[in-house]
Design a protein around this ligand. Sequence first.
Ligand SMILES: CC(C)[C@H](C(=O)O)[C@@H](O)C(=O)O
Ligand code: SF4
Length: 425
Amino acid sequence: MRGMTVLTSRPQTMAEKILSRRGDQTVYAGDLAVVDVDQVMVVDSIAQSFIERMQRDLNAVPKYPERVSIVIDHVAPASTVSVAQAQKEAREYAAQTGVRLFDVGRGICHQVLVEENLARPGWIVLGSDSHSTTYGAVAAFGSGMGATDIALAAASGKTWLKVPESVKVSFTGELRPGVTAKDVALEMIRVLGADGATYQSIEMHAGDRFTRGERMTLANLCVEAGAKAGLVVPGGEILTSYGYDVPEWVYPDEGATYVREITVDLTALNPRMSAPSEVDNVHDVAELRGLKVDQVFIGTCTNGRIEDLHAAADVLRDRRVNPQTRLLVIPASSQVMEEAMVDGTLLTLQRAGAVLGTPGCGPCMGRHQGVLAPGEVCVSTSNRNFIGRMGDKDAKIYLASPAVAAATAVMGQIALPADLPEAVA
Ligand SMILES: CC(C)[C@H](C(=O)O)[C@@H](O)C(=O)O
Ligand code: SF4
């Protein structure tokens, strides 16, 4: 019956639109699509398997080297000899094949690809990393795949996938002061549930709300509901104001078919926090305040951008991190770091007692630079809080916005910025 759907040309979701345009036929949810891939992204942790698949299994070189990027970000700089060896092989592979390499210190893959304009409206971007849904912020169909699929895409310039069904997310009202895109994302995940959108595309109808960075936070969290993609509809002038060319055909059609529709009332939202050990275990921060915290981590592909560091600095200016707590701040990229250097943000954070780290993933997945000991409690601006994620299985992780994380660092316990005593200059 697939031929029939082509002829009738029903209204399409954004995922259906992009996958039809980049493939050779009109497709709808459930159809199989064979599509051109505009960019393939490989992270350090997967680089060795990717290279092995390319060389040993496929005996191929990248068909379009300019469409492949390797990013050394997850454990950067290297922490052990075997990590160093894997990174050395990745560098050599890039030199041999002519694919792009973003080396230690350039930053987290998703942030770097967006900064480098290697994810654009209407593009298909595949990454060897689950948070590749982030590219949906710039209206690209971004999705994570394993080393084998990633290698096939690099070797052929194409991929095949089942067209996902779509969930429509609408927003009403306006965020109140102190409530951020992170809180919106956590609320969205709570409503959908940790597996609630498995293999679906979450299509967020944001209108002219949310900056590019905020859209990245929203799209990034979508994979935590199991989503294949997280697409933010490029409403208003938001994307064009960043210089993007937004083709008409990426917009979803009126009357497209959604499997589920939800609405998030922004006005009703309070600062939110995801408590251990599932991302959808979401509560108001006010309910959790007072819990002693050992480490606060501000960074990651979810919330390591300049506006996140600004939000943290606004809280930490003329204040000090609690002596019982350590605060790690890791900018998402070298560009973010430079901006934060030039505008004084890093100095504010440093003076408040933050420990500043090399742009990259930092301790997000517990491999280095801030691994947690048994029994320790961490408030992190990242996207995952499952058992053992940042180190010991008996450590606990709470996920929150940068402002809440910063307030927590000052109080040494879970806190809202409004809980803080007046700053003393
Ligand atoms: C290492 C990488 C494959 C992994 C992912 O796929 O997301 C990591 O980035 C994470 O956040 O757990
Ligand atoms: S910052 Fe964390 S979530 Fe993002 S890619 Fe790195 S390890 Fe994964």
